[in-house]
Ligand binder design. Structure first.
Ligand code: NAD
Length: 480
């Protein structure tokens, strides 16, 4: 599979003429080539988006909505092909790509295509003297940059609201998982999406991402990825006063009280620990359990984790697929070694796994549970972003909160209890942008999504996204 950039409605080779290898993590073999684009390609894409802005931004909401709905419909029609591509590119079980990633990309387009049909503008009345009315105008050319863990899902989560709000976009998927972003450009082509409105450029963060966010004709950036990258982009944006939304890393706590529904909690904790090989920013990686059920929890959690089936992503029985890349696999294994050196006990997993046959060169790690660590150690403070969790006991509600909040991150948390007042109290005092009580990853696209502290700046979702992707303009009319 050799893919190309999509600029001004045309598939274009990178100006360098060079390509990067794309590796299938389930086999470790090269299976495709992606453009090694650079600042010249970025400049062309921005130029095309700038040219398209005057037409696209002046379309009625209904017309923009129709264009976006056509993209959603076509993604849905090509769901199976997109799911296969996502699973091969990322290593995630095909079942997950088919039931989570690609359907969510459809929802992202439909949600924002319909949201713009239900917007109100504001009026601040000053009686007989006059009134203020506030218009919301698109900002211009948006840079949308996304990571590899939920490739099309997160790519479209930015692109759809940016376009719906009337902006044009230059979007860069992760160089590690470019396949479905390329397939999206073929969909734009099929549905005759207006040229230049959405440009998709492939390449590395330094050669494509950085020139994109630094460009003077890009006044607004929407970024999802690691905290270190986010910090770098934030510095670039600050010096030229760009609008910025950053969705960054996490080290999410699961707080489990003894009065919870044990079976439901264990079932969900298994998912919140190891779904997508633990490579979801919302996965709970620090599990804090009330001492009175700590032993029972560990026995049950370890037994169920050991039964998870590690295997090739295409196998319908696989529950744990491949880690996204060889580098990332090494990073995760190095954290498991670190945990041991910090005094942690590996209760299960902790190893590289070789899957039989064609997949023997793939990147697999057994789901890992670690106990015996202090909350201040590096294993508990740094994001691992793999199938690795730590478990720690607590005595009191205050201690649970202290442990949960002992992190530089603040993306999401889960609380498990059947005591209504305690649930509200803890939810109120836990410092994360998202809290799930007796559940995990229940998403409603209308709600604010994002984190506090080093987990990010700003919120995505619903009208939060539409507000971010527009600038308010207040106009006063004097009636005196
Ligand atoms: P990353 O920061 O390495 O890369 C993300 C994207 O940024 C990629 O497209 C990359 O090419 C690009 N990039 C890299 N350097 C850049 C630069 N200097 N300028 C501009 N762009 C640059 O992150 P990753 O490894 O792809 O993704 C994993 C991280 O993403 C984890 O930390 C995870 O927690 C985070 N994440 C956060 C959320 C959220 O909603 N908060 C969701 C998913 C993933």
């Amino acid at each position: 599979m050799k893919i190309d950039n999509y600029i001004d409605g045309v598939f274009i080779k990178p100006s360098s003429g060079e390509y990067l290898d794309n590796i299938d993590p389930s086999t470790g073999k090269i299976y495709g080539q992606i453009p090694k684009s650079n600042y010249k390609d970025v400049a062309d894409a921005i130029q095309s988006a700038k040219k398209a802005f005057s037409l696209w931004s002046k379309l009625t909401s209904a017309d923009r909505s129709n264009h976006l709905m056509r993209v959603a419909d076509r993604i849905e029609q090509r769901l199976e092909e997109l799911a296969l591509a996502e699973s091969k590119d990322n290593g995630k079980p095909l079942k997950v790509a088919r039931t989570v990633d690609i359907p969510r990309a459809v929802d992202n387009f439909r949600f924002f295509a319909s949201a713009i049909l239900h917007e109100n503008s504001e009026i601040h009345d000053v009686g007989d003297n006059g009134f203020n009315y506030t218009l919301r105008r698109p900002v211009g050319v948006v840079a949308c940059i996304s990571p590899w863990n939920l490739p099309l899902y997160l790519f479209t989560w930015k692109i759809a609201p940016a376009l719906a709000a009337g902006n044009t976009v230059v979007a860069k998927p992760s160089e590690i998982t470019p396949a479905t972003a390329f397939l999206l450009s073929t969909i734009l082509d099929e549905v005759n999406f207006p040229k230049g409105v959405l440009n998709i450029i492939h390449g590395t963060g330094l050669e494509v991402g950085e020139p994109l966010v630094s460009h003077p004709d890009v006044p607004i950036i929407s970024f999802t990825g690691g905290t270190v990258t986010g910090e770098r982009i934030n510095k670039i944006a600050a010096s030229s006063f760009k609008k910025i939304s950053l969705e960054l890393g996490g080290k999410n706590p699961n707080v489990i009280f003894s009065d919870c529904d044990f079976e439901q909690m264990i079932k969900t904790t298994l998912k919140s620990s190891f779904s997508n090989q633990g490579q979801i920013c919302l996965c709970g990686s620090r599990i804090i359990v009330e001492k009175s059920i700590y032993d029972r929890f560990l026995i049950s959690f370890i037994a169920k984790t050991k039964k998870l089936r590690i295997g090739p992503p295409s196998d319908p029985t696989t529950q744990i697929g491949a880690i996204v890349s060889a580098d990332h696999k090494e990073k995760i294994l190095s954290y498991i070694k670190l945990a041991e050196s910090e005094g942690g006990k590996i209760e299960c997993g902790g190893e590289s796994v070789v899957v039989d046959g064609d997949n023997s060169g793939g990147y697999y790690i057994s789901p890992t549970i670690i106990t015996g660590l202090d909350m201040n150690c590096r294993t508990n403070q740094e994001e691992i972003f793999g199938p690795v969790v730590t478990v720690m006991p607590f005595d009191s509600e205050d201690e649970a909160l202290e442990l949960a909040n002992n992190s530089k991150y603040g993306l999401a948390s889960t609380i498990w209890t059947n005591d209504l007042k305690k649930a509200h109290r803890v939810a109120n005092n836990i410092y994360t942008g998202i809290v799930w009580v007796n559940s995990w990853l229940v998403r409603d696209l209308r709600t604010p999504f994002g984190g506090v502290k080093n987990s990010g700046v700003g919120r995505e979702g619903g009208f939060e996204s539409l507000q971010f992707f527009t600038e308010p303009k207040n106009i006063y009319i004097d009636l005196k």
